[in-house]
Write a protein that binds this ligand. Structure first.
Ligand code: HDD
Length: 704
């Protein structure tokens, strides 16, 4: 049967029929049977003070539907945010794949993307230290292709059989249901300290990558080695990388913790507001293409998902860009009901023998059956392919398609043999030769657990190393059982004695002996440093589009300088907020009004990327008297943000104990209010540098 449903981005007839959008006019309220409802405020009673009646079908329908509104949340990645968009191929990439999105230059394929944290429940905070899911559904004319990846290119375990144990250890502990959205507890560290293959991914999660600034500012990775297969049936191996055009940026830990209180929806809001404002996030898709022969020569096994391929060995080939340009219309219908499945591939893409991937191919379809209530989840609009669906699968819970006719089998003659097998035009698995015994085991290279963890650590800048050590020390400080801490630090000795010493110092313990290694005779790694693994080592200028700038205001501010500065910031793409002791109108020194759209209570400085302290002595006096002002300024400083202080505003810096710019730190700028136009470009540059972790030595700390 032909799938007659309309494309995913058009309004469906059913939706239009049921539309009750706020802007709808002349539409009466009805029951789910379409019966107009005269009174939605009172249940049916026998007399005004009498008992409610069982016959009130309107009340019962409404309450029954409400009782069943919640569906099971995802077992992992429950907390997420999604958006629609498209992928555009830079060029035809048919040399290596017949996959539809890469068929020709400029080809556009619709996508739906869902970003997520892994551990927290559906209502948990966005800024937990965690890996982030990065799942992309491509609606191609050859069916849906789901690239279900993370913002980290490696995984904790090598074999899917360990996944339930990993997740049980990491999720809230089963006896008391704590902690929420955090790996900082005994069972997680017990498990990973007994599972040295986790070490490489631990390094990534403890690095700044575990606390991204924004979903729009993270990389994405397909993680596994996949195959690309071309029209002639020739195959190469491939790894998928998404790179954000806004750069890859992180929060600092204290900031992340405070944001989770100030705005638990921080990443969801950021994504939604950027798209709503027309600031569409973009990523470039780069592929690492390599042959089986090359793979054989590497010091690691490309089927081991705890290993990456350094870009020095196989550089990225850019093949296209992805743009997210439309927010969902309904969170539940789209973001919650979207069902990603690692099994969803299309002709031109195939699996490798990665044993982690093999388990995923089973797991995702299986989980959707219970999460979305049956085997027909592919009919939910956000999951429905644009490609026609024609087969003999029938019935089941929540079936939407009305399949006409007598025939639901193949082969048949009664329906003229339709639908018939596509033959060479259809999906055919790559005919990889297999001729080995069935075993439960793994190749020797899988036993090497530390070389790439060391590579990652050694590739970081001093600040990043410090953050990694601090994150390990923090997480392990939350572990009650000393033996677990000891075992984990003994594993870190194998990564780097420097790291182990820092973590041990942070925990007030001696550095233990190195944990014995499983792999006695490792192959020497090809490289010892890979700069793309660091967020800070390579220079990158990504501008200030969508960066949030707080300008403190009070009665008596110097109005003209703020107008000049904010105009320059907005022209450069930043979002400027006037933040007062309350929202609403303030009168500037010249009598002109300025409206605060945020208050220091509803929006503390952790929600902004940069801070401006205004001129105007009356305003500065009032701000100095306000209990919220010093924490606002001190946090902005502590979190390495660009700060600009005009004339009298510099007194607030003094009061906060912050000394102005030194050679080391070009991010605390002082200016006369008359120089607002001149200082704007230096301030924009300082904001574009994202964070300034190296503050002056005589201040609170050398590296933040
Ligand atoms: Fe998974 C969800 C990513 C290993 C089983 N996974 C899920 C999501 C992402 C990933 C991004 C959320 C998709 C969404 O937004 O709806 N998972 C990964 C990556 C892995 C990985 C990058 C390793 C490379 N996962 C993995 C294994 C298994 C699963 C080994 C099981 C054997 N993952 C699931 C799941 C989930 C899931 C239980 C929960 C909800 C869902 O699938 O739809 O089936």
């Amino acid at each position: 049967m032909e799938n007659t449903r309309k494309p995913i981005n058009t309004k469906r007839a059913l939706n239009e029929k049921c539309a009750t959008a706020p802007e709808a006019t002349s539409q009466v309220l009805t029951t789910n049977q379409g019966v107009p409802i005269s009174d939605n405020q009172h249940s049916l009673k026998a007399g005004l003070r009498g008992p409610s009646l069982l016959e009130d079908f309107i009340l019962r329908e409404k309450i029954t539907h409400f009782d069943h509104e919640r569906i099971p949340e995802r077992i992992v990645h429950a907390r997420g945010s999604g958006a629609h968009g498209y992928f555009e191929a830079y060029d035809a990439f048919t040399k290596h794949t017949r996959a539809a999105p890469f068929a020709e230059k400029g080809k556009v394929t619709p996508v739906f993307v869902r970003f997520s944290t892994v551990l927290g429940e559906r209502g948990s905070k966005d800024t937990a230290r965690d890996a982030r899911g990065f799942a992309v559904k491509f609606y191609t004319e050859e069916g849906n292709w789901d690239l279900v990846g993370n913002n980290i290119p490696v995984f904790f375990i090598q074999d899917a059989i360990k996944f339930p144990d990993l997740v049980h250890a990491a999720k809230p502990e089963p006896h008391h249901g704590m902690p929420q959205a955090a790996a900082a507890h005994d069972t997680f560290w017990d498990f990973v300290s007994l599972m040295p293959e986790s070490t490489h991914m631990l390094l990534w999660v403890m690095s700044d990558r575990g606390i991204p600034r924004s979903y729009r500012m993270m990389q994405g990775f397909g993680v596994h080695t996949f195959r690309l297969v071309n029209e002639q049936g020739a195959s190469v191996f491939c790894k998928f990388h998404w790179r954000p055009f806004l750069g890859t940026h992180a929060l600092v830990w204290d900031e992340a913790v405070k944001i989770s209180g100030a705005d638990p929806d921080f990443h969801r809001r950021d994504l939604w507001e950027a798209i709503a404002a027309g600031e569409f996030p973009e990523w470039e898709l780069g592929l690492q293409i390599f042959t089986e022969e090359q793979a054989e020569s590497f010091s690691f096994d490309v089927l081991d998902a705890t290993k990456l391929i350094p870009e020095e060995l196989v550089p990225l080939t850019p093949v296209g860009r992805m743009v997210l340009n439309r927010n969902p219309e309904n969170f539940f219908a789209e973001t919650e009901q979207v069902a990603f499945c690692a099994a969803h591939i299309i002709p031109g893409i195939d699996f490798s023998n990665d044993p982690l991937l093999a388990g995923r191919i089973h797991s995702y379809v299986d989980t959707q059956i219970s999460r979305l209530g049956g085997p027909n989840f592919h009919e939910i609009p956000v999951n429905a392919p644009l490609a026609a669906v024609r087969n003999n699968q029938r019935d089941g819970m929540h079936r939407q398609a009305i399949n006409p006719g007598q025939v639901a089998y193949e082969p048949n003659s009664l329906a003229g043999g339709c639908p018939f097998q596509a033959g060479a035009a259809g999906f055919a698995s790559f005919p990889q030769t297999t001729a080995e015994d069935k075993v439960r085991g793994k190749p020797e290279k899988f036993n090497e657990h530390y070389a790439q963890a060391t590579l990652f650590f050694n590739s970081q800048t001093a600040v990043e190393k410090k953050h990694i050590a601090a994150a390990f020390a923090f997480e392990l400080s939350m572990v009650a059982v000393a033996d677990i801490r000891q075992r984990m630090v003994s594993s870190l000795v194998n990564v780097s004695p420097e790291l182990a010493a820092d973590v041990a110092a942070g925990l007030g313990m001696a550095v233990p002996l190195a944990m014995p290694k499983v792999c006695r005779d490792p192959v020497a790694p090809e490289i010892t440093v890979s700069l793309p693994l660091s967020l800070m080592a390579l220079p990158g200028e990504c501008g200030i589009r969508t960066r949030q700038v707080a300008i403190l205001v009070e009665h008596g501010v110097h109005h003209a300088s703020l107008v000049t500065l904010s105009t320059a910031l907005v022209d450069a793409g930043a979002v400027v907020h006037f933040v007062g002791p309350r929202i609403g109108l303030f009168t500037g020194a010249n009598g002109a009004d300025i409206t605060a759209n945020k208050s220091m209570q509803n929006s503390p400085s952790v929600l902004f990327d940069a801070l401006v302290l205004p001129d105007g002595s009356e305003a500065i006096q009032a701000l100095a008297d306000n209990v919220d002002t010093m924490p606002f300024i001190k946090d902005a400083f502590r979190h390495g943000k660009a700060i600009l202080a005009f004339s009298a505003g510099q007194e607030l810096l003094d009061m906060a104990g912050i000394e102005p710019t030194t050679d080391k730190d070009k991010s605390i700028l002082l200016a006369e209010s008359t120089d607002a136009a001149e200082i704007a470009s230096a301030f924009i540059k300082a904001i574009a540098a994202h964070r300034h972790p190296t503050r002056a030595k005589n201040q609170r700390d050398e590296m933040l």
